[in-house]
Write a protein that binds this ligand. Structure first.
Ligand code: NAD
Ligand code: AHE
Ligand code: ZN
Ligand code: ZN
Length: 375
């Protein structure tokens, strides 16, 4: 297949909110600096639903969504040295080139090398898509497009991992689990003894809980409008549960009262701007830090009284938990193999790529954390 167009099945999002359609898609060979990957397993993340739902200002249609996956390199383009056919890999929507201003800064995990192209659904070299259906180009998504049996990614957007790792599990290390763990370890740098509040107990929020537990937090307060979340959340380290619906007072006030003045760290893992405000305002005066992890819809903006920051609260945000993708995803895979981090526990459902619309339906039901699709 090397050097040839591959025809395979992919789930195409033709329009926002319209069911995805499994199509025969032509996948062009990788050009210089590109890698064609046979995707074996892909999970769904809330961000896929967000873009599919028309809430993403960068969302382009028709496209192939998906960004939490694992697979095997099928072929590589000219000049690709870091991976070769047969390597087990995880696509990385946050690239790492090691050479750009961002990578060299040592201050961020964001990379600038291919971001301009991935934001508009094409490849960097010729600003074109490698996907088409009957000659009609289909946009890439997040530089990954994993809802396909084959995809093409930039070489700076693929992490080579231990071939011993089960791909049907470690696909989750492409997004949600690292995001939550890294929000705690890299972005907030939670210290032992801290009081932590987590808004939203989906996969990302539960990974925050797991990260906070390993960091030695003394109290981990989970906040969700779905009380059924608490039983599972306990297994990930949540020690107390608050449902805003059970209280008359604003949730920030409830938390301040519960914690003698506020929490040391809070994490917003929903994508709701009024919850982001509450998450900042439940922080302790003088030092409390709130990390925005959730992705809010196009046009939404955050607000608070500047006095909240003047009096020492800190507002931060995180992408992929601050992890440098190509260097740290393999390390996370090793941590999983040594049983130092959970992964299996987040997988509540398994389906096939052909059942992807059912998987999107499941995401909106309370009982689903991650659904892994086999392609
Ligand atoms: P999810 O849908 O599984 O979890 C969201 C949880 O929030 C659910 O349990 C839901 O009941 C709860 N919730 C909804 N409204 C609420 C409210 N008003 N108050 C309290 N709880 C509420 O989603 P997920 O896959 O865990 O993703 C969470 C968010 O993180 C999404 O916005 C996603 O786009 C974003 N995300 C960001 C990054 C990043 O790099 N920054 C990475 C992955 C995901
Ligand atoms: N396209 C949206 C923003 C989406 C967003 O913030 N994405 C996160 C990853 S979410 C993974 O589930 C991210 O990494 N952002 C940094 C980046 O470089 O995209 C918009 O608002 O335009
Ligand atoms: Zn994601
Ligand atoms: Zn870079």
């Amino acid at each position: 297949t090397q050097g040839q167009v591959i025809t395979c099945k992919a789930a195409v999002a033709w329009e926002p909110n319209k069911p995805l359609v499994i199509e025969d898609v032509q996948v062009a060979p990788p050009q210089a600096g590109e890698v064609r990957v046979k995707i074996l397993y892909t999970a769904l993340c809330h961000t896929d639903a967000y873009t599919w739902g028309g809430k993403d200002p960068e969302g382009l249609f028709p496209c192939i969504l998906g960004h939490e996956a694992a697979g095997i390199v099928e072929s590589v383009g000219e000049g690709v040295t870091e991976v070769q056919p047969g390597d087990h890999v995880i696509p990385c929507y946050q690239a790492e080139c090691g050479e750009c201003k961002f990578c060299k800064s040592g201050k961020t995990n964001l990379c600038g090398k291919v971001r301009a192209a991935t934001g508009v659904g094409v490849m960097m070299s010729d600003r074109k898509s490698r996907f088409s259906v009957n000659g009609k180009p289909i946009y890439h998504f997040m530089g990954t497009s994993t809802f396909s049996q084959y995809t093409v990614v930039h070489d700076v957007s693929v992490a080579k991992i231990d071939p011993k790792a089960p791909l049907e599990k470690v696909c989750l290390l492409g997004c949600g689990v690292p995001t939550g763990l890294g929000a705690v370890w890299n972005t907030a740098k939670v210290e032992a003894g801290s009081i932590v509040a987590i808004f939203g107990l989906g996969t990302v929020g539960l990974a925050v809980a797991e990260g906070a537990k390993t960091a030695g937090a003394s109290r981990i307060i989970g906040i969700d409008i779905d009380s059924k979340k608490f039983d599972t959340a306990k297994k990930f380290g949540v020690t107390e549960f608050v449902n805003p619906k059970d209280h008359e007072k604003p949730i920030q006030q409830v938390l301040v009262d519960l914690t003698d003045g506020g929490v040391d760290y809070s994490f917003e893992c929903i994508g709701n701007v009024s919850v982001m405000r509450a998450a900042l305002e439940c922080c302790h005066k003088g030092w409390g830090t709130s990390v925005i992890v959730g992705v809010a819809a196009s046009g939404q903006e955050i607000s608070t009284r500047p006095f909240q920051l003047v009096t020492g609260r800190v507002w931060k945000g995180t992408a992929f938990g601050g992890f440098k993708s190509r260097s740290q995803v393999p390390w996370l895979v090793e941590k999983y193999l040594k049983k130092e981090i959970k992964v299996d526990e987040y997988i509540t459902h398994t389906l096939t790529l052909g059942e992807i619309n059912k998987a999107f339906d499941l995401m909106h039901e309370g009982g689903c954390l991650r659904c892994v699709l086999s392609t």
